[in-house]
Design a protein around this ligand. Structure first.
Ligand code: PLP
Length: 412
């Protein structure tokens, strides 16, 4: 008899997107003529850049010819993409990394979810709250989160509340923890950290021997010079931080699947006897055993976003989403709503008016404005009372959604 990993049975409380889908479907059945606008799920709407499509065509042609066909590639990724990353994402910002410190993946979800495999189940951990649910869920699966308390919080997780009072930027924990997940620009609050603010986290990690998992999936949305794109812009971070990146929101790769993780050689964790072990070779070994690489065609597609025309095209799409964010932010604020985020980030964090709960606000917008958001409570306890809207929509639909929400507020 095989025994189940019972930690999986603890996951049942996390049904955010299926709960949303159920409510939206119920609405559609009872209101078949109404047109819903979805600003909820964080998927993109704009197509791949022409440079990316062209590169994929070329790669498909290569795969179709005997002389240029490629089978299994290196599990860590092809050199051509790793070189493009080192040059464009890091050297351009004065960060020196080695090719063997970059691991190409099929996206940031897999890497944020899998990286915890390198660490014992009984490390203590902290997350900012609210945050991308994968960090907690993947730790529940291996038993690291502990038990779920009556307040919905996990016993071995330190929650760092992000509230209007602290500008959604919490201080590092007052006690030491082994592992902290950070996500900036943040999903769901749309907040970013300045260099000085990020330095506090790196300094905390250095002083407390803490490992930081820095999820920079939305780095491409940063426009302000004072907001770092990489945690390695902060001195000392290479000793304490693993950085995870994604092409999903950078270049519309949500359906194509590609990202990468940086595991600097200096990053270590301890054995029970106190010996320090580098995590880089462990992650390499893990990938070689459990991952057979991202497809050649996809890696050529990712490489194309670093060409001059690729860069221009990708930037134009991100500018389009950032303009959506501006239209949303200004329209909603002018209607009297309290809005955070939407600058250097594709997410807006809306305070539910009149003390409504997240789900009540969600339902009212669905039924009365026919606009779908994501209830903030689904991202953690401190998300209660908020709703997340995304700027990834089509421009006309986005503008129409804002008109509808404004009308719902009584502002025309
Ligand atoms: N990290 C964060 C913070 C995200 O919001 C998302 C997707 O929404 C991901 C990672 C997943 O990205 P990918 O599509 O590369 O798996």
């Amino acid at each position: 008899m095989a025994l189940v990993n019972e930690h999986f049975l603890k996951l049942q409380s996390s049904y955010l997107f299926s709960d949303i889908a159920k409510r939206v479907n119920t609405f559609k059945v009872t209101h078949p003529k109404e047109k819903i606008i979805r600003l909820g799920i964080g998927d993109v709407t704009q197509p791949l850049a022409p440079a990316v499509v062209e590169a994929m065509r070329g790669a498909v042609e290569e795969m179709g010819r005997r002389e240029t066909f490629r089978g299994y590639g290196p599990e860590q990724g092809y050199d051509f993409l790793i070189e493009a990353i080192l040059k464009n994402d890091y050297a351009s910002r004065g960060i020196r990394l080695e090719p063997s410190e970059i691991f190409i993946s099929d996206g940031a979800k897999s890497d944020t979810g899998n990286i915890g495999e390198l660490l014992r189940w009984d490390n203590s951990m902290a997350i900012t709250d609210p945050v991308y649910p994968v960090y907690v869920d993947s730790n529940i699966m291996c038993g690291r989160s502990g038990e779920r308390g009556e307040n919905g919080q996990w016993s071995n997780v330190t929650y760092l509340p992000c509230t209007a009072e602290n500008g959604f930027i919490p201080e590092p924990p007052a006690h030491r923890v082994d592992l902290i997940y950070l996500c900036y620009p943040n999903n769901p609050t749309g907040t970013t950290l300045t260099r000085a603010q990020l330095k506090k986290w790196v300094d905390y990690a250095l002083a407390n021997d803490t490992l930081l998992i820095f999820d920079a999936a939305y780095e491409a949305y940063i426009r302000d010079a004072d907001v770092p794109h990489s945690i390695y812009e902060i001195r000392g971070a290479k000793r304490v931080a693993i950085e995870i990146r994604s092409y999903s929101k950078t270049a519309g790769f949500t359906g194509l699947r590609c990202g990468y993780t940086v595991v600097p050689k200096e990053v270590t964790a301890a054995t029970l006897s106190g010996e320090r072990v580098a995590l880089n070779p462990l992650w390499s070994r893990r990938q070689c055993t459990k991952f057979n690489g991202t497809s050649y065609i996809t890696q050529r597609a990712a490489e194309a976003i670093y060409t001059p025309e690729g860069k221009r095209q990708v930037k134009a799409t991100i500018d389009y989403y950032l303009e959506n964010a501006r239209i949303m932010r200004e329209g909603l604020k002018a209607a009297g709503l309290t809005v955070y985020g939407g600058v250097n980030a594709p997410y807006l964090w809306l305070r539910a008016p009149g003390g409504l709960s997240s789900w009540r606000f969600f339902d009212r917008l669905l039924y009365e404005a026919h606009v779908v958001g994501t209830p903030g409570a689904g991202f953690g306890p401190s998300g209660e009372g908020y709703l997340r809207l995304t700027a990834f929509g089509d421009r006309d639909e986005t503008a129409e959604a804002i008109r509808r929400i404004r009308a719902w507020m009584g502002v025309y």
